[in-house]
Design a binder for this molecule. Structure first.
Ligand SMILES: *Cc1c(COP(=O)(O)O)cnc(C)c1O
Length: 348
């Protein structure tokens, strides 16, 4: 059977999602999920009918939330599908490339590889900012430049001025895709308000993180109407199901938005608690994080990660040496995690 598959697929290593990595425990802080499970009404009246490709009600609700126009808004099966649509619409297989700046989100590379699109990397600087000169030197054949802000897994924001420089540098040659999966935790940092000024800007959004709907699979791509029209040529006919639309519209209603705001504040307080608590420990560095997670450096991250794992506290290893990424859970989860780490480090 293996021989029947495309060569690219045979050689592909799939994304190591938190779910795929398994583990067993009672504290799951490895996938940047929200600790809140909110209730929604589900209406079964229309389930005999196909959904519409881009439900107008959902597009209008998200455009209003993001402060953009409906024709600048596309909805898809999570932001991950947005990444895939951009690659399929803009990159010629075996010819064009995407460029991204590690350490960052893993799906850009995996989506590109799946479609035989090249990947170029220009690592972030020591301050985890864009290496603009390095990017400038590597733009040949690049159609999409992915910038993640707040960056996963480091947690920092990419400087707005640098994103503008990048947009100017790539004008007419490539799109700059700013992945704002975590922007609802720091909404003032959005680049969505630059869309009218930069036709080559694309912004990715999701309901998976602050809106506590990772299981729903609903994301958004914000871009110029020309880009949106091209993406609509390659999208599946019914990407967003009727129940997904119903739930997403409730989440984006005034009451839903107020609830999310409240939960973002709650998570922010827990993040501050964990940041302060871990920051007090000797030989531990907590990097400032703007999303619902913190990157933390320990003297021996591997041993600590395994001890936590065995104790039922499941965190995420990071590719950065001796660093562990901790999603911000509820206060009880944060307290238990902090207490166990202190004990392990002999600092309780
Ligand atoms: C979680 C995440 C996504 C994926 O979002 P979905 O809408 O769940 O597909 C995209 N980008 C980054 C940086 C993420 O952390």
């Amino acid at each position: 059977m293996d021989q029947l598959a495309r060569k690219t697929v045979r050689e592909l290593t799939p994304y190591q999602s938190a779910r795929r990595l398994g583990g067993s425990g009672d504290i799951w802080l490895n996938a940047n999920e929200s600790p809140f499970a909110n209730e929604y009404n589900i209406n079964c009246d229309r389930l005999n009918r196909y959904s519409t490709c881009q439900p107008a009600e959902l597009i209008a609700a998200y455009a209003d939330y993001a402060g953009v126009r409906p024709e600048q808004t596309l909805t898809s099966r999570g932001a991950d599908e947005g990444i895939e649509l951009l690659i399929r619409a803009f990159c010629e297989p075996n010819q064009d490339s995407i460029l991204y700046c590690p350490p960052t989100y893993g799906m850009y590379a995996i989506s590109a590889q799946t479609f035989d699109v090249g990947t170029k990397t220009v690592p972030l600087t020591e301050e985890w900012q864009l290496d603009l000169e390095g990017i400038r030197d590597n733009l040949d054949g690049v159609k999409l430049v992915f910038v993640c802000s707040p960056n996963n897994p480091t947690g920092n924001l990419i400087k707005r001025q640098d994103i503008e420089t990048l947009l100017d540098m790539t004008q007419g040659k490539a799109l700059v895709v700013v992945d704002e999966a975590y922007i609802d935790f720091c909404p003032e940092a959005t680049t969505a308000n630059m869309l009218d000024q930069y036709p080559n800007l694309v912004v990715l959004r999701t309901l998976s993180k602050a809106f506590a709907l990772a299981g729903l699979r609903c994301g958004f791509t914000l871009a110029s109407p020309e880009v949106i029209d091209l993406l609509l040529k390659v999208i599946a006919p019914y990407p967003v199901s009727v129940p997904v639309t119903d739930i997403a519209v409730q989440a984006l209603s005034p009451a839903g938005r107020a609830k999310t705001k409240f939960q973002v504040l709650d998570i922010g307080a827990n993040r501050a608690y964990l940041q302060a608590g871990l920051g007090m420990l000797k030989n531990v560095t907590v990097f400032e994080g703007y999303g619902n997670y913190l990157l933390v450096k320990f003297p021996d991250a591997e041993a600590l990660f395994n001890a936590l794992w065995d104790h039922g506290i499941i965190l995420r290893r990071s590719p950065i040496e001796n660093c562990i990424r901790i999603s911000i859970g509820n206060r009880d989860e944060c307290e238990k995690t902090l207490a166990f780490i202190r004990e392990q480090l002999g600092q309780n």
